[in-house]
Ligand binder design. Structure first.
Ligand code: ADP
Length: 443
């Protein structure tokens, strides 16, 4: 059968959640595909996606760009190889979707119709994660992009199917258990800018986790601790979560200030427990936010608690035996206030600066945070990126939320708060306009 092997790369920011695979013209020709056709993507698992043409800079790179959901559906990571071939997609007679295990969702009365409209013509394979955008306030929303990952628990017929107007889409509120994929969590597509920083973190963390034998062979120690430093709101936490998610590592999070405020002895015990759990559930990433608050230079330390917590942290890090399988990522915005003892070899001996985004970075972040929004044609994200000099990711996120709130206020007079459901026609009409961003910027 006609098929090609390609390396997986991350999706363009706007593609995320849409079930799209980007291929270059050579590959399209070779597989006799046209944009809009459906392909099968086979990694450790097999899924399907709709083909779009890649941008020119990706031509002849032997890559396929797919988003985090599709990567989970094919069970592959960025940089791994997949087989691609043309798929015979059948029309779906029926499709049953349910939330993953840990999620509980309530669907409104027209939810099935809304979901169907969103995923029309999208290819689905049983057991796939099918992300849908939520337009209402939802208890289970991933922070950026606001996609709710649902699982295709049943399709009729089986194989690669396409959702059509005639497909009977059923939504179950009951979470489905026993599915490995959860679809939740942050992926690299949720991070704007920071290309080279992501690359470095992947080399330091993903490589030793996935391929410990390389390090063994070369006789080098994989890193134990990575320190991310830079201003608040630039994506340090986001990056740590994305790495954990993309490597399928367990994620443990410690908030610096919180652990300090425990009763006598409790901070150390909690640290110990987290390290023990992380070792048990390895591969794991332990993320320590605001490291400077628990580990300031010891000469600055007045508090007895801080001193003991630092000592405990040092003990735990020195005692980690599963090298490369438990990695501690810490974040700080005051790298100079971190105890030098923690920055010695074998501890946090790798540092990556996470800086304020430049214009291109800001545009990507704007795309990410407006992904789930219906934008009017007059909104130009390039211009907005130009006008938001000095904004960090968190500022851009607030800006987009504020713009959406401004848009919502425009429709409020038409919404009857006593009615349980908002008319779908109104929801379909809602858009966020340039004036909403103007207003949000001027606040
Ligand atoms: P930090 O840990 O550096 O203080 P966070 O990662 O917690 O910052 O960022 C806070 C929020 O701001 C994130 O949840 C995200 O919504 C947004 N954000 C920050 N940086 C970025 C980025 N580079 N790309 C996309 N969103 C970002």
């Amino acid at each position: 059968m006609n098929e090609v092997q390609l390396e997986v790369a991350k999706a363009y920011p706007n593609d995320s959640g849409r079930g799209i695979a980007r291929l270059d013209p050579d590959t399209l020709l070779h597989l006799k595909l046209s944009p809009g056709d459906i392909i099968e993507i086979e990694g450790a698992d097999t899924t399907a996606a709709k083909v779009w043409r890649a941008d020119r800079q990706d031509w002849n790179t032997d890559t396929v760009r797919i988003d985090g959901f599709t990567r989970q559906n094919a069970d592959v990571g960025i940089g791994e190889r997949v087989s691609i071939r043309k798929a015979e997609a059948k029309k779906a007679d029926s499709l049953v979707l349910a939330p993953p295990e840990e999620a509980s969702v309530q669907f409104g009365s027209d939810a099935a119709g809304m979901v169907k409209r969103q995923i029309l013509k999208r290819p689905v394979v049983e057991r796939d994660i099918v992300p849908v955008m939520s337009s209402t306030n939802h208890p289970f929303m991933r922070s950026p992009g606001q996609a709710i990952p649902l699982i295709a628990v049943e399709t009729e017929p089986e194989g690669v199917v396409l959702v059509t107007e005639d497909t009977d889409v059923e939504l179950r509120e009951e979470p489905i258990s026993g599915f490995e994929k959860t679809g939740g969590g942050i992926t690299y597509e949720d991070i704007g800018g920071l290309q080279s920083e992501i690359q470095r973190v992947r080399e330091m963390v993903e490589l030793p986790m996935k391929h410990p034998q390389i390090f063994k062979k070369l006789g080098i120690e994989p890193p134990q601790g990575v320190l991310l430093h830079g201003p608040p709101g630039t994506g340090k936490t986001l990056l740590a979560k994305a790495v954990a998610n993309e490597t399928s590592a367990s994620f443990f999070s410690i908030a610096g200030p919180e652990i300090i405020s425990k009763y006598y002895g409790e901070s150390e015990q909690q640290l110990r427990e987290i390290f023990e759990d992380a070792t048990e559930e390895s591969p794991s990433i332990i993320f320590i936010d605001e490291l400077d608050s628990i580990a300031p230079k010891r000469e600055d330390v007045t508090g007895e608690v801080e001193r003991r917590v630092v000592a405990q942290l040092l003990t735990m890090m020195d005692g980690l035996e599963s090298r490369g399988q438990v990695i501690v990522i810490a974040a700080t915005n005051r790298v100079d206030s971190v105890d030098p003892a923690l920055r010695r070899p074998g501890r946090f001996d790798r540092e990556i600066e996470i800086g304020v985004p430049d214009e291109t970075g800001r545009e990507e972040i704007l795309q990410i945070h407006t992904r789930g929004m219906p934008l009017s044609d007059d909104v130009n994200l390039g211009h907005l990126a130009d006008e938001t000099h000095g904004f960090v990711g968190a500022d851009i996120e607030s800006l987009t939320k504020e713009a959406a709130m401004k848009a919502l206020r425009r429709y409020l007079p038409e919404i009857d708060l006593d009615e349980e459901d908002i008319p779908p026609s109104l929801i379909d009409r809602m858009i966020v306009k340039r004036e909403d961003f103007r207003g949000a910027l001027n606040e």
